[in-house]
Design a binder for this molecule. Sequence first.
Ligand code: MN3
Length: 255
Amino acid sequence: MQKRTFLKTGVLLGIAAASSSFWAACKSAAKTTAAAPVLPPPKTRRSNPFTLPPLPYDAAALEPHIDKMTMEIHHGKHHQAYVNNLNDAVKDTVYADYELEDILFRITTADADKKIRNNGGGHWNHTFFWQSLSPAASAGAPSGNLATSINTAFGSLDQLKEQFNNAAKGVFGSGWAWLCVGKDKSLFVTTTPNQDNPLMLQVASKTGTPILGLDVWEHAYYLKYQNKRPDYVAAFWNLVNWKEVGMRYEKAMFG
Ligand code: MN3
């Protein structure tokens, strides 16, 4: 074999070897796709355990629509339990030092992820919920870009409320109703079971960026409303913190 031919053959063999190992790697990656996180590991990491954020208002501030004892138990017992269980669940897992949203983006429906999914969702959803509410006197109304977008997507605020109420009432058992900004930047209403939410890219049936959420677990309303979930859902609209919802909308739209 002449030297030039040898070199040429060597280069070609090298390319063939490299590309065959490339395809082997693709094939093995494809095989494990179901269980692997959909996104690469995040660059920023969390250094402290998750903690219960204080309520942004007094526990009695949402009366008469949501009573003080419900707020105290819901925040101090239920939300605290999600935080404690989440800290326990992420220990010694790939998610141990991930920020909460980075966990939710990557969590899967696998049994091994269940405790993190339930408690991570529980912590995120409740933190988001407290901030979604404000005392009735300062609740306000949708304005600016958000108001325009509500009219575009639903026809009117009343029609949004009707669709949202029907969704909330239709959740079988425990779950959440959401108003979200979709990938196409339009608003939509959806629901999730248990503590799932629309940020869970590999879990939720419809994903997006939530800007308003309502907890329809019985623990959120049973002391005052018992089995009358529709009354609780109707009362919720007196408490929506539209200023906060508007800021979330701007962030989801324009970053
Ligand atoms: Mn709850």
